[in-house]
Design a protein around this ligand. Structure first.
Ligand SMILES: NC(=O)c1ccc[n+]([C@@H]2O[C@H](COP(=O)([O-])OP(=O)(O)OC[C@H]3O[C@@H](n4cnc5c(N)ncnc54)[C@H](OP(=O)(O)O)[C@@H]3O)[C@@H](O)[C@H]2O)c1
Length: 306
């Protein structure tokens, strides 16, 4: 089967939350396609002006788009709790796409005392998903799609130690560990949902290499200025488009697939191309690591679930 966005089908009557929908990124194209196919989409991001710009750009292409806005800084657990409370007004949720992320940023500790890549890419989404679970269950057919990366293969071990402990920081090793955490979380969530008999699926996807602002945000701290423009252009030259980068997540979100499925591009090295079901590094399948990360995450964010 060769999947394309024509396969998404009619999403009218469904509500989706997409984190990190900034124009130019994978989340933007994910939200755009979901809206184009009739879903009501809540754009969830930390910068209100960027949420407005994303809504404007989506509406320009999809005048009938039904969009909502949810302000959330995933690196701040109190912000995640506030956003989840605000999301209560959305009612039942059919889809949560945990897309927002940062890559290889300099060391920073968050207000919660966590390293910022782990906080943004794993602990914030873990808490958000847990707090939205009742609404996902309420739809009767919920789905959680979490964006990982081929970089999960860079991790030599799962991030299972005390997340507030001081240790030597390598920005790429930690990025790889956050993306491994995304997969460990996906598979453990899927198992727990099935064990609890809840009508929610948990899947993961990776975009291959897509020309977004991820590299420039991580290396230069933002998208402004000449150096950022040069790095952005270099990424676009070697990568597939951000729109194509959204395809694996969209397939995971809408195709008839079982929980625990991982979707990525089907081209050479899974860097680009039409999406298909792909495999993971063996570490991601370590059930002990999945369970221990879950327990550490519950203790870290102060929420036991499902
Ligand atoms: N691009 C690739 O080749 C590639 C490859 C593998 C995996 N991925 C994964 O794909 C996902 C999307 O990345 P992208 O390439 O589209 O990058 P991007 O263009 O940099 O977009 C990242 C999005 O995440 C948001 N974000 C960052 N920190 C946040 C926080 N603390 N709270 C809430 N939102 C936050 C950003 O918001 P602001 O604009 O406000 O900063 C932006 O909307 C990430 O999970 C990434 O790891 C990407």
């Amino acid at each position: 089967m060769t999947w394309s966005t024509d396969d998404i089908g009619d999403l009218r009557g469904r509500t989706a939350v997409v984190t990190g929908p900034t124009v130019g990124g994978i989340g933007f194209h994910t939200a755009l396609e979901l809206a184009r196919h009739g879903a009501r989409v809540a754009l969830a991001g930390r910068t209100p002006a960027k949420l407005d710009a994303a809504a404007e750009a989506i509406t320009a292409q999809v005048p009938y788009a039904a969009l909502e806005s949810l302000v959330v800084d995933l690196s701040d657990l109190s912000s995640v709790r506030a956003a989840a409370e605000a999301a209560g007004a959305l009612g039942p949720l059919h889809l949560l796409v945990n897309n927002a992320g940062i890559m290889a940023t300099p060391f920073r500790r968050t207000v919660d005392g966590l390293e910022s890549q782990m906080a943004t890419n794993h602990f914030g989404p873990f808490l958000l998903t847990g707090l939205l679970l009742d609404q996902l269950v309420a739809s009767g057919a919920g789905r959680v799609v979490t964006l990982s990366s081929q970089a999960h293969r860079l991790a030599r071990s799962a991030p299972l130690g005390d997340p507030r402990a001081r240790r030597r920081y390598s920005r790429w090793r930690v990025y790889g560990q956050t993306k491994l955490a995304n997969l460990l979380f996906t598979f453990e969530l899927d198992r727990r949902l099935r064990r609890a008999g809840l009508p929610v699926l948990s899947l993961a996807a990776h975009p291959g290499l897509a020309g977004t602002h991820l590299a420039v945000n991580g290396q230069l701290g933002g998208t402004e200025g000449r150096r950022a423009a040069i790095l952005d252009a270099a990424m676009k030259a070697i990568a597939q488009s951000a729109a194509a980068g959204a395809w694996p997540g969209l397939m995971a979100a809408t195709a008839d697939l079982p929980g625990g499925t991982y979707v990525g591009p089907g081209g050479p090295g899974q860097a680009s191309g039409r999406p298909r079901v792909v495999g993971t590094a063996p570490l991601a399948r370590d059930e002990m690591a999945q369970r221990r990360l879950w327990e550490t995450s519950e203790a870290t964010v102060g929420l036991s679930w499902p």
